[in-house]
Every structure is written in structure tokens, then in C-alpha cells.
Design a protein around this ligand. Sequence first.
Ligand SMILES: Nc1ncnc2c1ncn2[C@@H]1O[C@H](COP(=O)(O)OP(=O)(O)OP(=O)(O)O)[C@@H](O)[C@H]1O
Ligand SMILES: [Mg+2]
Length: 362
Amino acid sequence: MIPHDPSKAQVDPRSLVFAGRDRELYQVITATGYVPDDQNFSDFCESLKSGRPWLISGTRGSGKTAFPEALASACNLTLCVVAGRDGLTQEEILYDWDREEQEIWMRENLAIAKGLPVNEQSAFLESARIKKWQREFLILGEVGLAYDLAAKAADSESPPPVLLLDESDKFGASIEDSLLMPLERGLIHIPRYEGGFIGITDRSMRPIVVTTSNDLRNKLSSPFVSRHVFSSFATPSLEKELEILAARNPEATSSQLALAIKLLDAVRGIAGLEDHPSIRESIDMSSAFTRDSVGDLDTQTLRRYLCHFVKSVSAQELLRLQDDYLVSSATAYHPIVDQWLAARDTEWAGQWGLSSTPETCI
Ligand SMILES: Nc1ncnc2c1ncn2[C@@H]1O[C@H](COP(=O)(O)OP(=O)(O)OP(=O)(O)O)[C@@H](O)[C@H]1O
Ligand SMILES: [Mg+2]
């Protein structure tokens, strides 16, 4: 769990969305450097309003994990995280009992009982056995904690935490099944526990649950999927990608942004390449160009940076044959990229003979 900062104000994303202030929430998130896709953001707002968890599927490096992280940091919300992996147990994510403490408790009470009159002993021990299942001995996992914090936040009228169920395709059937009840009812039933359950049924106060999946390891069960509002994260449009690169690398010059995006756009267009570079790689490229003050590209420079976005032997061989094509694509005029940059940079507009009014050539 990453707790919120109690010395700073919190923003409740649900309240903003219910008040029709979606754009304000969008801006709060973009201030962290994360630029959500418009359709995805609209889906997220739907999930907030419905109180349903949000399931994001999509390619690696498309910003699935970064979205809930940006949300929690932008709104100063506590973030609980379950990272999918083989062998994850229900006890780890929901709750477990502190058996050692329970044993100590019973031993202490047995000792006390021995000092009591015989006719009082059994009632005393009976009560001690019931108290063995009290809150004190309950260890909450990240999911249990998120639902418990949401219930407490509702009592104190503060915003709920964010629960990130990351890479859920690695959870496996039994973990998915154990999440069905909390995701649907907002409750985790705990046998023998004095309170019976933890969590909160009111959907408008439940944790903000974001579930991600790469759809690689296991197919998610349909009851698990059906509890969510669904979005698919794809590689964004070039304009959106430029916005993201500029937000992630505020120091980058227009020529560094142009080189990075034109290069990766050309790589994505190469037939026969199995694994296309994602936003992760384009951010890495533009920050490498910015860090090393690269302003132009030749084949030698290109080869130095290939390692950032070519990650298999076959792709390496394929792209090395296309050196010249990639260099010329990265330095040639690109209508979408150059007009986007020209609208923000008059020098760039002048260099390419473009108007700094978007979409218009001189
Ligand atoms: N829309 C975006 N705005 C700003 N940064 C982004 C955006 N999308 C992705 N990124 C950045 O790209 C990188 C990869 O994102 P992230 O780790 O969230 O991808 P992912 O979809 O979870 O990938 P994986 O499936 O491999 O876990 C991060 O540094 C993230 O901040
Ligand atoms: Mg991820």
C-alpha cells in the first residue's frame, strides 16, 4: 500500500465526475505527465459513475499500470496494489489470521482460566475462543485493505482508495473467483470474524478498482470480466502520442520529438516486424535524444539507439537492413507530426514553411 499524504488535500474523482466536472479530473491527471486517451478517459468516468471496477486490456507499454498510478498521485489517494503472478494466494490478497498471536492469546487465557473458580472456567474460555477471531488478529491483504479503507473513508467522508489489480491474466482461476464477491457486492465475508465481513456495499463509496490485463497468460473468466466496465488501450494517434512525449519530456526540443516519433512511426510501418514499439519505447527514445542532445540522425546514431526499441534478434536483423529508410523517414517532412509541432513552435513552422495555425500550410 502507498498511503496518501495526510498533509495535502485530496481530490475525490467520483465527486468530480458526479458533478459533471470530468474535464477538471482530466486536467488534474495530465498535470502528472500522464495524458489519457479521450475514449479511455470517458470509459473510466463511466466506471466511476457506475461504481464498477474498470478493466483495461491492451498491449504492453500502453499505459495500463501508469493510469491508476497517475490517478492516485494526482488526487492524493491511497494506492493498494496486487501484482499478478503465479502462486498468488487468497490469504495474501484478501485476509489471513495471525495464528501465532491467536495461539499466544489462547495460552494466556488458559493460564488465567486456571486461576478462576471451576464453575467460571468454561464460560471464560468460551468467550476467549470467540475473541480469538477479533479484528486485532486479522491481517489484511491489499484487496482486504482497500475495501476496509473505503469503508473507513466513507465514515470520515474522505475519498476512497485506488485498488490496482495489475496483470490479472496471471491471477489464475481461484484468485479471480475469490474476487467475485468483493467486486460485485463490495464485501469480503470472513468466517468466524466478529464483524462477519469487511468492505462497503454502497457503490459510490467503494474503492476505485482498476484491473489490467495483457491477455497473455490466462483467459479471464466471464464472471470476472462481466463485473467490470471494459476498455482497450491501443497505440494512440500520432497527435496524442506527441502530446504524451511532450508531457513526459518537457525539456525535449521540437526536433527531438520529431525524430523520435517519425522514427518509431516508420518502424511500426515495417512489414514483418512482429513486436511493434509502444508508448514505453517512444518515451524512452525521446528522453534518450533529449538527454544526449541529439538533433539529427544518421545511420551510426540510429544504430546506437536501436536497442531501445528492437528487442529480438530477428527484429534487429530486419531493421538493420532498413537503416537508410529509417533515417530518411525520421528526418523527412511528416504532415501530421510537423503540423502538430508547427502549431506550438513558430521556429519549427518557419523551418518547414508551415503556418503556426494548425492544419494550414503557407
Ligand atoms: N498516456 C500516457 N501518458 C503518459 N505516459 C504514458 C502514457 N501511456 C504510457 N505512458 C508511459 O509509458 C510507460 C509504460 O506504461 P505502463 O507501464 O503503464 O504500461 P503497461 O500498459 O502497464 O505495460 P505492461 O503491460 O508491459 O505492464 C510508463 O513510463 C508510462 O508512464
Ligand atoms: Mg503494466
